[in-house]
Write a protein that binds this ligand. Structure first.
Ligand SMILES: Cc1ncc(COP(=O)(O)O)c(C=O)c1O
Length: 558
């Protein structure tokens, strides 16, 4: 096993570590770009987030657990809101959504982008104002669209000709207008009441009768969960506050007089500089209408002609984990050219345009993300410049950051179960550290080779750093949590490992593979913990298994 005269731990350099990964000067250090704002190493060697020592948190709540730094999340949401003050900022709920986060988003003055009926349900039950919701998805069914329309979502982003047809039919259904124009204060029916605040008057497509929807019946039922969940969802008053207050900076465009606001998602032919599976605006993929082949133009005409639809503007999302604004620049140029054509040939000045999300975050020390202020400056310049060149007025812009808000706010804490030194060709040794979670709580590494970092969180160590692969406990060789990281050579069973940057697309993509129980999401703030999503139980897991009748259980017992 020994691969170096001083011992196996000294052979780390012999392994092929990625070129960007350096042996750390201090293996106990927390790189500020990777960790949420309040994370720090304590004097006695632990890791504290939101004033809570992860050792204490996991002693009470066990591992694995997602730990959400509330102050950090709110600060990032606020930073986007402030930097993009002339834009509408839609938080992309697909990154991570639960009732409390929906309320935080509303309180911080952001709008919400949902892309499924389930996400819409969370938002409505949390009391999120429907008119501030944008509804996405590339295959929305009749019932889903009908529900979104009747709930009064602020905008529907259409992605196919069939959807335009479905929407047109839905708005022409008898009784729709009555529902849509009702100013009921119940969640699902709240529909066409528009948002509060200055923004409401700033858009031509907003209903006149601006009035905030108050707390909803759905919202009330959302607070009736039991047991551990009860404490997590016991903030009825918070929900009520969120829905009744006028939030500065918030601005929503709601459906008007029975007409439903629609954006047309276009593919701008831009391939974002990122992994293929998460680049979404080049032509050979499922999202959007192609500008190049003319589908985008046809879609625009169809929506424009449809009596019950109000064309707000064009939507483009070019990919994810993007660090370079040149992709946005090319996309904006192409989308604005179409925007201009609409104005010239259809005589319609589209009031808005959405540039999507995709702003990168630091998962490892190789990543160098821009801050929101820098992004806002660059993106505004791009649009201003293009509009001037085209001789058109600037549309009101929106963006949809998900990862850049919630990603860095969360770390996942695991317990080490086993440590294995595996001898490789050439005599090098790779250390495999197995933890008590894996691809069921973070699929991104296995799915598209995402890189992460991690640290020993239960103690400080003076052992030399060794190149380590942190793996999960699932029955897949590809069940890798952190592909390459230098951890102290003495990492042992029972130690805690914390992985930063797991807020986006980890819990929201979590599964029950191998009948794993999905971990809790625990918010920390000012030394207090609050369970936002409780850990699943085996009863949760078995609740859908209809084979477990009384008879089946008896059979098992005999
Ligand atoms: C249309 C749209 N908007 C926004 C986002 C959010 O992207 P990110 O979380 O990378 O900011 C996505 C991600 O898939 C998306 O498809």
């Amino acid at each position: 096993m020994t691969t170096h005269e001083a011992g196996w731990a000294h052979a780390a350099g012999a392994l092929n570590s990625p070129s960007w990964l350096r042996v750390p000067d201090d293996v106990n250090g927390l790189h500020p770009l990777l960790w949420s704002g309040t994370a720090r190493r304590t004097d006695d060697g632990g890791v504290e987030v939101g004033g809570v020592d992860l050792r204490d948190l996991t002693a009470e709540h066990m591992t694995p657990a997602y730990v959400l730094d509330e102050a950090d999340f709110r600060q990032r949401a606020r930073a986007f809101r402030g930097a993009f003050k002339d834009y509408d900022v839609f938080y992309a709920g697909k990154a991570f959504l639960c009732a409390t986060v929906a309320r935080w988003i509303q309180q911080e003055g952001l709008n919400l982008d949902v892309c499924s009926s389930g996400e819409l349900t969370v938002a409505l039950r949390a009391g999120f104002e429907p008119s501030r919701i944008g509804y996405h998805g590339n295959n929305k069914t009749y019932p889903e669209l009908r529900r979104a329309v009747h709930a009064g979502v602020g905008r529907i982003i259409v992605d196919s000709f069939q959807e335009i047809e479905r929407l047109s039919e839905i708005v022409s259904e008898r009784g729709f207008e009555t529902v849509a124009s009702a100013t009921s204060s119940t969640g699902e029916g709240a529909s066409a009441t528009s948002s509060t605040g200055e923004g409401a008057s700033a858009t031509s497509s907003t209903g006149e009768g601006a009035s905030a929807t108050s707390s909803t019946s759905e919202g009330a039922s959302a607070t009736s969960s039991t047991s551990e969940g009860a404490s997590a969802t016991s903030s009825t008053s918070e929900g009520a506050r969120a829905t009744s207050s006028t939030i500065e900076g918030a601005r929503a465009t709601s459906s008007t007089g029975g007409r439903v606001n629609v954006m047309v998602r276009v593919t701008a032919g831009v391939e974002a500089h990122t992994h293929e599976y998460i680049a979404t605006a080049h032509e050979d993929q499922k999202f959007g209408f192609s500008i190049t082949n003319g589908d985008a133009w046809e879609a625009v005409k169809l929506v424009q002609q449809a009596e019950g639809l109000n064309l707000l503007g064009l939507h483009s999302h070019i990919g994810s984990q993007i660090f370079d604004s040149s992709g946005f620049e090319v996309a904006a140029r192409r989308v604005l050219a179409l925007h201009k054509r609409v104005s010239e040939e259809l005589g319609v000045t589209l009031p808005e345009m959405d540039l999507g999300g995709g702003f990168g975050i630091a998962y490892t020390t190789q990543d160098d993300p821009s801050d929101p202020a820098q992004l806002a400056t660059e993106m505004s310049k791009i649009v201003e410049h293009e509009c001037r060149a085209l001789g058109i007025p600037e549309p009101r812009l929106s963006i949809e950051p998900g990862r850049a808000i919630v990603g860095p706010s969360v770390c996942t804490v695991y317990t080490v179960g086993t440590v294995k030194r595996v001898e490789l060709d050439g005599g090098a040794v790779r250390t495999y550290v197995s933890v008590d979670g894996g691809m069921s709580d973070n699929i991104r590494t296995a799915l598209y080779g995402a890189d992460y970092s991690c640290t020993l969180a239960s103690r400080r160590s003076d052992a030399p750093p060794v190149l380590t692969r942190v793996v999960g406990k699932h029955c897949e060789a590809g069940d890798i949590v952190v592909m390459d990281e230098f951890l102290p050579a003495d990492v042992s069973p029972g130690d805690l490992i914390a992985v930063p940057g797991t807020g986006a697309y980890c819990r929201s993509m979590a599964s029950n593979y191998n009948h794993a129980l999905r971990p809790p999401v625990i918010a920390v703030r000012d030394g207090e913990t609050r369970v936002l999503l409780r850990r699943e139980t085996e009863d949760d897991l078995l609740a859908t298994d209809l084979g477990l009748t009384d008879m089946g259980i008896e059979e098992e017992q005999t």
